[in-house]
Design a protein around this ligand. Structure first.
Ligand SMILES: Nc1ncnc2c1ncn2[C@@H]1O[C@H](COP(=O)(O)OP(=O)(O)OP(=O)(O)O)[C@@H](O)[C@H]1O
Ligand SMILES: [Mg+2]
Length: 470
């Protein structure tokens, strides 16, 4: 990540020393004039490290410092005071300042101390940005390759892992594009740096622009303070641009410029900063077709597609299904507290014959559901959805909820309404499971309008996220 260091100090010599010695490949130094209103300008700018003369901090000190510590970046503060009294130093620290330095020290010593503070900040940022979670972290070995389709694909992948080349990851929904991007990052020389993911379809144009490139205070209405963008956050690591095909054309032009010289300019800023970022973009649509239809810039497509990795759909590699399924059982079991170790041969055969429109995501969903339904320690045909086994619905199971006991005291209308609700819910659950929670896809298959589907999902308390992550 790029570390922004804001310097607002009195004393020309110190300022010169700081401006000369602090900048590093990941450190950008910005000066704030030590005049009236300096503190407000600092608060609006924000930053990682704030170096400020005590006399520029308005009274009451405690409140001012707490405003600084409340900024989203929670900056590390270095306060330079004219006082040599230990009591003053202790008071400043008690107010929440991180480092207090005596202004009369030789400039070199001051700069060394500030440099050490920046190094601490660097360590802190890398600890928080790099995911050290105990959960499952994607690795290349997850991409099981029992047959030639996947073996050839993984051969290409392994070749591009060590470089910093831009990658375009294509493939149907649920094949594992994001999983692959994370795995490549984790096994690349950049693994110590951050992995920042942005979904280009999820944000309106202006927000997406500032999310990607950052903005300066006042750049647009509502930009009350400056903010860094994903490129700056991903400095030293990888930036994953998901659903790149949805990026508005105007931003595509800006992205292309950044990909050419890796210099980003925040919205509303004249100055560019250099970033060292590996970009991976993903789409489940053919960007070639999109660019031919003028919905995607051709020049950007050419720039991105130098290395294009098309993750094969699951139906083209049924030989990988047993090992993938085994991996999921082992991974999902502890998460849901159910120990199911194996899949019966006839059930496995059905899994290998099915065409998996929702790909690996759908496989994982189907297995989690099967584990929950499973009564022994082996998944059987009964635990799989009808769409996969091709069997007629089990008449006992489907009629069980509608027993005479439940009909008593109800009108015909109430009973049929309840039955419809139940069938509707089960049907939507099945479809959402298959599409991995994709509303557009589900609505199309169900033959209803997406808005109608949303209403039904709300009524049945079905959330698309629950079908994505499983
Ligand atoms: N090889 C794999 N091993 C284990 N889990 C995988 C693998 N591939 C994908 N997954 C899991 O399947 C789910 C879908 O994968 P991912 O989100 O990467 O797909 P995607 O191609 O980005 O899909 P979409 O186009 O819908 O965004 C995720 O939960 C992911 O962790
Ligand atoms: Mg994805």
């Amino acid at each position: 990540m790029l570390l922004r260091t804001i310097v607002a100090v009195r004393g020309g010599r110190l300022l010169r020393c700081l401006s000369e010695r602090l900048p590093a490949p990941d450190v950008v130094v910005e000066r704030v004039r030590p005049s009236e209103g300096a503190w407000d300008r600092i608060l609006r700018k924000g930053g990682d490290v704030i170096v400020v003369s005590e006399s520029l901090i308005p009274d009451p000190l405690e409140r001012s410092i707490s405003l600084l510590n409340d900024l989203p970046e929670i900056p590390t503060s270095v306060v330079i005071t004219q006082s040599s009294s230990p009591q003053t130093h202790a008071d400043l620290l008690a107010c929440g300042c991180d480092t207090v330095l005596y202004a009369a020290l030789p400039e070199d010593q001051l700069v060394d101390a500030i440099d050490a503070t920046i190094e601490n900040r660097r360590q802190l940022v890398s600890r928080t940005l790099v995911d050290h979670g105990a959960g499952h972290r994607p690795k290349l070995a997850d991409f099981v390759s029992e047959g030639p389709t996947m073996q050839m694909f993984m051969q290409v992948v392994r070749r591009v892992v060590p470089s910093s080349a831009t990658l375009l990851l294509l493939g149907e929904t649920g094949v594992g594009k994001e999983h692959l991007a994370r795995a490549i990052h984790a096994e690349s020389p950049r693994s110590g740096g951050p992995f920042v993911a942005i979904n280009c379809a999820a944000l309106p144009e202006q927000l997406l622009e500032s999310e990607l490139f950052g903005h300066e205070e006042g750049a647009f209405t509502g930009a009350t303070r400056s903010r860094r963008g994903a490129f700056e956050l991903a400095h030293g690591g990888t930036l994953f641009l998901d659903e790149i095909g949805e990026m508005p054309l105007h931003l595509q032009a800006k992205l292309l410029r950044v990909l050419q010289d890796f210099e980003v300019r925040r919205v509303g800023s004249e100055r560019g900063v250099e970033v060292d970022v590996r970009v991976m973009a993903a789409s489940n649509r053919s960007l070639k077709d999109e660019s031919e239809a003028h919905r995607f810039r051709q020049d950007l497509y050419y720039r991105l597609s130098v290395i294009e990795l098309v993750v094969p759909p699951l139906r083209d590699r049924p030989e990988d299904i047993p090992a993938l399924a085994g991996g999921f059982l082992a991974r999902i079991g502890p998460k849901i507290g159910i120990d199911v170790r194996s899949i019966a041969a006839d059930a496995m055969e059905k899994l290998c014959q099915y065409d998996w429109p929702g790909n690996v995501r759908e496989l994982s969903n189907v297995l989690e559901r099967a584990m929950l339904l499973c009564e022994g320690d082996q998944i059987t045909l009964d635990d799989l959805p009808v769409s996969i086994t091709g069997a007629r619905p089990n008449s006992h199971a489907s009629s069980a909820p509608f027993t005479a006991d439940q009909w008593r005291g109800k009108t015909l209308h109430e009973v049929t309404a309840a039955a419809i609700e139940q069938v509707e819910r089960a049907y939507l659950e099945m479809l959402l499971g298959e599409t991995g929670g994709r509303v557009g896809d589900t609505a199309r298959r169900a033959g209803i309008h997406p808005r109608g589907l949303y209403n039904k999902m709300r009524r049945h308390r079905l959330r698309k996220e629950d079908f994505r992550r499983r």
